[in-house]
Ligand binder design. Structure first.
Ligand code: MOS
Length: 721
């Protein structure tokens, strides 16, 4: 297909308020829900007295662990079935009432009795209890290739450092919400999720229901970043129980403060990294990660996994450990694993460049891995060297001055660079296309659009395949009554849906081509089928001007319209012939205010290679969005837990800083074309690529400006004074 920069399919619907978010669905007789939260970080719920609350006006129902006892147990719903309190702010009950104000007042009137237990509220209190998980995501938690310890002893240059990254929260503009009801034992659940089918599976398991009796909808999302892909908001099930109990629809929407505690977080990491070099070539890498997980469930990012293969190195050992604390549950968040992992690795590479006297870019080029050394497989495609070349050229890397050479008034200017990467993955899925008599096309897939362009990509791929204009295409997403769509996460949606839509449209094309050539009076009669193409709402001959209108052929082939489904396979990680990986090279210029210590990113130039680009306009937007997320992690975002109470401090945008327009640098984005023969459709994910690497690039630029190595994120003003 041809790449084309169409604007967002649903853009106008969103900016004019016509796009209905699931939390905006208001069914007749709907109740509003409020959660009652624990004020201790660890303890046991002894009892709840709702008698005063029940007498208040508007009160309809209270739901607690007792009601949830009817659910089938699973790790995903343990928090709502049990009386154990694992973190400050954990809900212990849900109250539903006629209005939100009444629900909140009734929630306040419930007498809650919890006995407190000693709590571990910070990772550093519990380092001695660190343990190794079995896996980190789909990877082994530990790896060993060669003998890194001996190679470090023998190395000519060694960089050995400790890196720390803070807890971050996702904070999509649209918070989590659910509006749910029951109809004759069947459930309808409108909820802001990155996975309607995954959510349906959780509900089916908990309520022991047939999946077909549950409909989950998420047709428009105001962002996700990972927190809506996870099933760690079991309070949605409480809302469903409340609806069943009261016999009315129930709406629960989380507050911004609750978004800090109830829907996951990027885990804190402490990383020890050692690099050994001989002759400017990596001979040894050791990367050990300790990260926080909650006291009730295990999660580990794949933080050191990418260190196993980003550079050529014969001796590599990596290790992940976890520490359980009485804090909220970590989940994947914007470039999970690669963001914290590349911060350590790419910061250390910058130090190595200085130590070995080799330019940071040249050092990376010298240590380029020409195949995946961890699996022994070739890359499906790898244009990292081209990213380095193009990025450096556009940024002007060769003309830079070293170390604090540039000063503008109070500002010291520094330059830095780093590498980013993200695996190309796919999920099995299906899509349906239906061509109507009037030539309009309906494309249906039960995936979601987080705001990153899924509607647009689907419309484009289908329109391109049938040679019709985008205006003729309607796309339906975010509904379990549609064909199984992929989970919107892991930067895999476009790569996943591409083959399914191609397969579905090629069935339509085959039927239409048959009908076109079969009719004696058609201008295409008797033409060889490989001479025919779909263009401009026609089926036309490549070799002559002959052609027939698509609607006329359709009228013969199928007067009531044509429908077809297509499927995509999942990535079979065990049996891959080649490792699929997207790469990028990120160059930044920062200014550091020598009086105030403030760091400002002045310029970002990034070159990315991620297979086939379907829509350059939206790809650029995704890259910039990713880079901004990375700037946030580097300079702004930090969720802080109070050591004594375990309460998250400053649960608002007044205290949790995110980059705003005034923080935006100039972005120069280069996209390197790749023709990847191994990946179906040639598509790799792009969403996460911009969010990693830039943290280290910024830290390296800060060093270039003021000569301070900062090895903790976020980089704070006091680090730079
Ligand atoms: Mo993601 S962090 O897989 O939405």
């Amino acid at each position: 297909m041809n790449a084309a920069s169409f604007e967002r399919y649903e853009g106008m619907l969103k900016v004019t308020g016509q796009a209905r978010y699931e939390g905006e669905i208001i069914p007749e007789g709907m109740l509003h829900a409020a959660l009652i939260e624990s004020s201790v970080a660890s303890g046991e719920l002894q009892g709840l007295d709702a008698s005063r609350a029940a007498a208040l006006p508007g009160f309809a129902a209270i739901v607690t662990h007792t009601d949830a006892a009817s659910l089938k147990p699973s790790a995903a719903n343990a928090l709502i079935r049990e009386t154990a309190v694992h973190f400050h702010g954990q809900p212990v009950a849900l109250v539903a009432a006629d209005t939100l104000a009444q629900a909140r007042e009734a929630a306040r009137a419930v007498q809650v009795s919890i006995t407190a237990k000693p709590a571990l509220t910070q990772m550093d209190q519990a380092l001695s209890s660190a343990y190794s998980p079995a896996t980190v995501g789909r990877f082994p938690a530990a790896s060993r290739r060669g003998d890194s310890s001996k190679a470090l002893d023998d190395a000519e240059h060694v960089v050995r450092n400790h890196y720390v990254t803070a807890v971050n929260n996702h904070h999509p503009l649209e918070p989590h919400a659910v509006v749910c009801w029951w109809e004759n034992g069947k459930a309808v659940v409108h909820t802001s999720t990155q996975a309607v089918f995954g959510t349906r599976a959780v509900i089916a398991q908990a309520f022991d229901m047939q999946a077909a009796d549950i409909r989950v909808l998420a047709r428009f999302l105001g962002g996700g970043f990972g927190c809506k892909g996870q099933l760690w908001w079991p309070w949605m099930l409480w809302a469903m129980l409340a609806s069943r109990k009261a016999g009315r629809p129930v709406r629960l929407e989380l507050s911004r403060a609750q978004m800090f505690t109830l829907v996951g977080r990027r885990q804190e990491t402490a990383q020890d990294l050692a690099l050994g070099f001989v002759d400017g070539r990596l001979t040894a890498i050791e990367h050990d990660v300790v990260a926080q997980t909650s006291s009730h469930a295990e999660f580990s990012d794949s933080t050191a996994v990418y260190t196993r293969f980003l550079y050529a190195c014969p001796n590599v050992s990596t290790h992940h450990r976890l520490v359980r604390t009485n804090e909220p549950q970590p989940v994947p968040m914007r470039a999970p694993g690669t963001a914290p992992g590349t911060f350590a690795l790419e910061s250390a590479m910058d130090e190595a460049a200085e130590l070995t006297g080799i330019d940071p870019l040249e050092l990376r080029v010298r240590n380029f891995a020409d195949h995946d050394q961890e699996s022994g497989r070739p890359w499906s495609s790898n244009s990292l060297l081209e990213c380095y070349r193009v990025g450096a050229e556009r940024f002007g890397w060769a003309h830079r001055h070293r170390q604090s050479a540039t000063q503008l008034d109070r500002w010291k200017i520094g330059l830095g660079m780093a590498t980013t990467l993200y695996p190309a993955i796919r999920q099995a899925c299906r899509a349906r296309v239906s061509l109507s008599r009037d030539g309009s096309l309906l494309v249906q897939c039960g995936t979601q659009d987080m705001g990153s362009g899924t509607y647009t990509a689907l419309a484009q791929i289908a329109a391109d395949a049938l040679g019709i204009s985008m205006e003729k295409v309607t796309v339906e997403l975010g509904d379990t009554s549609l064909p199984d769509g992929p989970f919107s996460g892991g930067s895999q949606v476009t790569a996943s849906i591409f083959p399914a839509v191609e397969a579905a449209t090629s069935k339509l094309r085959a039927a239409l081509v048959r009908a076109a050539v079969a009719k004696a009076t058609s201008p295409l009669s008797g033409k060889p089928t490989d001479d025919l193409e779909f263009r401009d709402e026609m089926i036309g001959s490549r070799s002559s001007n002959a052609g027939e209108r698509l609607v006329d052929v359709l009228a013969r082939a199928a007067p009531d319209g044509l429908e077809a489904e297509g499927e995509s396979p999942a990535t079979d990680h065990q049996n891959l012939a080649a490792t699929g990986m997207g790469y990028g090279a990120i160059f930044v210029e920062v200014g550091v205010d020598t009086g105030l210590g403030e760091v400002r990113v002045r310029r970002v130039c990034a070159a990315f290679a991620a297979g086939r680009i379907v829509n350059p306009l939206l790809a650029r937007s995704q890259y910039i969005g990713g880079l901004i997320g990375g700037i946030g992690m580097a300079l702004h975002e930090q969720t802080v837990t109070d050591r004594t109470t375990g309460c998250i401090l400053g649960k608002s945008f007044a205290d949790y800083l995110v980059p705003v327009h005034a923080d935006m640098p100039e972005f120069d984005i280069a996209m390197i074309e790749e023709d990847d023969p191994h990946l179906p459709g040639g598509v790799k994910g792009i969403g996460m690529l911009g969010t990693a690497g830039i943290q280290a690039a910024i830290a390296n630029a800060v060093y270039d400006a003021i000569g301070k190595r900062i090895r903790n994120l976020p980089i704070r003003i006091e680090d730079c004074l």
